[in-house]
Design a protein around this ligand. Structure first.
Ligand SMILES: Nc1ncnc2c1ncn2[C@@H]1O[C@H](COP(=O)(O)OP(=O)(O)OP(=O)(O)O)[C@@H](O)[C@H]1O
Ligand SMILES: [Mg+2]
Length: 249
């Protein structure tokens, strides 16, 4: 099962991706968590406090070998690079969860920023998962990445929304574009819910997007995050666990 977590900036994508990974791991599954946000913070959210992680896109030799001369104008790019060994070789392991940080390639003059995207698309499309393995991707905020089609190969796209117009509007666009990409399972997760009214508001404005589950607003998340851990008790964790199970955990 490959799942991409999307949505407007700040709605809780990284938090949801990290907790989903945690829950699947706690349910005894093997998990690969992919950070596809150039402003990467998934590993840190999972509790990683080591030295800076070098994203795959910054491994020049690897990019050259797999994708081609990404930073030379007119460089030739291979569209289907081998990716099978990437989690084993390059993921860092945080509390039993493999984390792959994709990163981004700076656009040089006339250069191409697509090598990292090709690699990401290939990981999401062609990385073979075994029985009971899960891959969860923390996507970049907004809808631009949908135009690049990097998440085309996921089984499910989860759109995180909060009780407010802006994130619900973005969710509508994400759902439409995901449909164009042929992703069949597109579902919303309502986050930062403070009561029945919040949930009712979200439900009323999902415009046909199915609601997979909802997560409470939880002040403890911040303090736990500062302490470098994910809180594995309490209502937030329990609700994510339910979602993880619904998704096949
Ligand atoms: N249910 C919640 N209750 C309280 N705070 C939350 C909740 N979900 C997320 N947050 C907080 O909201 C902030 C943004 O969350 P997060 O970084 O997961 O969002 P994001 O969508 O990944 O943001 P970005 O678009 O910048 O990548 C964080 O400080 C996080 O701790
Ligand atoms: Mg994020």
């Amino acid at each position: 099962m490959k799942v991409a977590v999307t949505g407007k900036g700040g709605v809780g994508k990284t938090t949801v991706a990290a907790f989903l990974a945690r829950c699947w791991r706690d349910l005894g599954r093997e998990v690969i968590a992919v950070d596809a946000d150039p402003d990467a913070n998934l590993a840190g959210t999972l509790g990683y406090r080591g030295p800076d992680i070098v994203p795959l896109a910054n491994l020049k030799a690897l990019i050259e070998e797999r994708v081609g001369a990404a930073d030379r104008w007119g460089g030739f790019l291979r569209m289907n690079p081998r990716v099978e060994d990437l989690p084993e070789r390059f993921a860092i392991v945080v509390d039993g969860i493999r984390v792959l940080v994709m990163g981004t390639i700076e656009r040089g003059r006339g250069g191409c920023a697509c090598a990292a995207n090709i690699l990401l698309r290939e990981v999401l499309n062609h990385l073979l998962l075994g029985q009971g393995q899960f891959l969860v991707v923390d996507m970049e905020a907004g809808i631009e990445h949908l135009g690049r089609g990097t998440a085309e190969g996921v089984d499910a796209m989860l759109v995180v929304v909060e009780p407010g117009w802006a994130s619900l509007q973005t969710a509508g666009r994400v759902a439409e574009l995901a449909g164009h990409l042929g992703i069949r399972q597109v579902q919303a997760i309502a986050n930062k819910i403070c009561g029945d009214e919040d949930l009712a508001f979200v439900r009323a404005h999902l415009a046909g997007l199915p609601l997979l589950g909802w997560l409470p607003f939880d002040r403890e998340l911040e303090s736990a995050a500062r302490a470098g851990s994910l809180c594995r008790e309490g209502p937030f964790y329990r609700q994510v666990l339910r979602i993880a199970e619904q998704l096949g955990g």
